[in-house]
Design a protein around this ligand. Structure first.
Ligand code: ZN
Length: 60
């Protein structure tokens, strides 16, 4: 039986790296929501709108 062992404490990311990763992920996520949400294409706008509702994001 093959098992994988994941040990704790082997991450080498520094606090600055983690903060950068969080900031980039947040920008990408917010960009997806707001850019797509304000897109002129109706289908794209509705898709973003529906996604906001699934995430309990207040919009109207
Ligand atoms: Zn809505």
């Amino acid at each position: 039986m093959a098992t994988s062992v994941q040990t704790l404490g082997q991450t080498t990311a520094r606090a600055g790296d983690r903060l950068s990763a969080v900031a980039i992920a947040a920008l990408l996520g917010l960009g997806l929501v707001f850019v797509a949400g304000f897109a002129p294409a109706t289908v794209l706008h509705n898709a973003a709108h529906d996604f906001r509702h699934t995430q309990n994001y207040p919009c109207h």
